[in-house]
Ligand binder design. Structure first.
Ligand SMILES: Nc1ncnc2c1ncn2[C@@H]1O[C@H](COP(=O)(O)OP(=O)(O)OP(=O)(O)O)[C@@H](O)[C@H]1O
Length: 257
């Protein structure tokens, strides 16, 4: 087994700049980071530190200026657009802050949508296991507007899990939820990793959300600014304070509700 196969996602010397010349913004200034399979990782850092850019590049949603990105052992920075689209569909799951469910479809149809679009077979046993684990059995026929925010996000987590992706990228998955529903969704992401063997990479501003992860990767000014194993709310807060002290911009934790 090659080194890269131990990792669900990794980046080597990843650079991403916007614009050119004096006005260029170096959103990522040479990031090398690897996410082992079966890890729940949180990516944190001050506002503008490059978290979203890192996630977009790792997920193959944005092009890189230089460097390499791997999903499993596939170097996605070497793929054609067509091959990349297929890889994203087959190996990457997404959970967004805004749930992104189709309003006219039931919870079950929403969960199955990516598989049916890809014309992939549904693994019934896996569907049942995901539905049970996520506590959605009695909500399958509901449409999104008939579900609470927490339930909608659970459907989005189920949708991401159903194709058994190499990695799920979660972008502020609790950003639109109250604290009880947020706790519920974080617990489910934790279970997806601990019980179902999933790999999750979550961008978050919230130290409580980050404390559910196995590891926090900290960014500042487009560079890695350290990492924390087995994070607690306290250790995350103190690492964030250090990262923002080293960065000219204010931490987003202080500017968001
Ligand atoms: N499309 C773009 N065009 C120009 N600059 C961009 C673009 N996208 C991001 N940037 C810049 O790149 C830098 C990193 O942005 P990014 O959104 O990755 O940070 P972030 O850590 O996710 O921020 P936040 O916590 O506020 O969401 C910022 O300076 C941002 O202004």
């Amino acid at each position: 087994m090659s080194e890269s196969q131990r990792f669900a996602a990794s980046a080597v010397e990843l650079r991403k700049s916007y614009g050119a010349g004096d006005s260029a913004v170096h959103a990522l200034a040479g990031v090398t980071v690897a996410f082992p399979r079966g890890e729940f990782a949180a990516v944190m850092g001050p506002s503008g530190s490059g978290k979203s850019t890192l996630m977009q590049c790792l997920a193959g949603l944005d092009s890189v200026s230089s460097g390499q990105v791997y999903i499993d052992d596939v170097r996605i920075t070497a793929l054609s657009d067509r091959a990349l689209t297929k890889l994203r569909r087959d190996r990457v799951g997404f959970v967004f802050q805004s749930f992104n469910l189709v309003p006219t479809l039931t919870a079950r149809q929403n969960m199955l949508l990516p598989l049916s679009l890809a014309r992939h077979r549904v693994d019934r046993a896996w569907l049942d296991q995901v539905v049970q684990t996520l506590g959605l059995a009695d909500r399958l026929k509901h449409r999104p507007h008939e579900l609470s925010g927490g339930q909608q996000q659970r459907v989005a987590v189920a949708r991401a899990l159903l194709s058994r992706p190499a990695v799920i990228f979660a972008d502020e998955p609790t950003g639109n939820l109250d604290s009880a529903a947020g706790t519920e969704v974080l617990t489910l992401l934790r279970q997806a990793v601990s019980q179902l063997g999933q790999t999750v990479i979550m961008v978050t501003h919230d130290p409580v959300a980050a404390s559910y992860a196995d590891r926090v990767v900290m960014l500042a000014d487009g560079e890695l600014a350290g990492e924390l194993a087995n994070p607690t709310v306290e250790s995350v807060l103190s690492a964030l304070a250090q990262a923002s002290a080293a960065s000219p911009v204010q931490p987003a934790t202080s500017s968001r509700p």
